[in-house]
Ligand binder design. Sequence first.
Ligand SMILES: Cc1ncc(COP(=O)(O)O)c(C=O)c1O
Length: 382
Amino acid sequence: MIPLSVPNMCGDELENLRECIDTGWLSTSGKYVEIFEKKMSDFVGSKHAIGCMSGTAALHVSLRLLGVKPQDEVIVPSLTFISPVHAIIYNFASPIFMDCDDYYNLDVSKTMDFIKNETYFENGSTYNKKSKKKITAIIPIHIWGNAVWLEDLIKLCDERNIKVLEDASESVGTFYTEGNYSKKHTGTIGSIGCLSFNANKIMTTGGGGMIITDDDYIAEKAHYLVSQAKDDPLRYIHNEVGYNYRLTNLHAAIGVSQISRLQDFLKRKKDIYKKYVEELNKIDGLEMALLPKYSNNNHWLSILQISKKYPLTTEELIENLNNKGIQVRPVWHLNHLQKHLKHYESYKIEKASKLVNMSICLPSSSNLNEIDLNFVINSLKI
Ligand SMILES: Cc1ncc(COP(=O)(O)O)c(C=O)c1O
């Protein structure tokens, strides 16, 4: 099987892991956690980075850090991996689902219309006209590595005291090339950014995540909450509920090795994407999904769009490629349609459904070789 997106482990991961085992530093203490945090904060350009055991854990804590309370509401796109939606619910808050734009990202202009027309501002907070609940936060998600255009949205959210939590789980390495945020990495613009190092991501720690922020208070509190909110580590005094969410030294040891090769992974992913564009856009009925021109993409996953002109439907094509040993998959089922989430509010979702039906994710691993890449391309020439 040619896999969709798998780890690229051919550096000094094993040596680092062996050192952890030899020295007995396996758990959340140990030098690699801090080394990895420093390397990642230097790479993305954030003041602080706090390692967590997963991107989902990072999102869970981050919403709490931003003041999301039970009964609050949080704006999130419907088209995403489900993790940020679940993180809202872990905090006993409710998602409000939004549509997506041509880049599969949160539709910023529709979201701004929603905030301007469907909410009101009172005593320093924004409330939903329909539910009367407070809207405390919004989670723009940089889907597939595509940067969300944040300038206008951030301005409105600042005016309305809606905190911005960027989910940059899929976009490590993507940065803006235009506008006020030019050169800034995704995840460093909102109050907090969250990253994931799950095994399918551009770089991995096996499982892991990170909270990135420039805010000293948030960083300190994040450390505290992900380490069981320990106020006195000697006597085990805890003054509030914390979590066992800290990244382990073992995971961080892999991360330190992976980040040293991140530039190579980024380059290979870009080359794979370029080759797909060059070869697949020539085929009638196929077109690689558009990417934002205002950013330099990490090309985490390459997305192919299938139109009616192609001889196979999206479903048929997925089956056909899987039968040939090529792992492709459809885009996530929209979250506002999931059985356990259907009852939450959604706002004018139109484009997302259309894009889901016409898109598939293509093999995009940074260790995908030319022979396999050509095989994928030739298999699409029907
Ligand atoms: C958009 C998005 N958010 C959050 C996550 C959660 O990260 P993790 O799997 O590390 O919990 C993922 C992927 O796994 C993701 O794709």
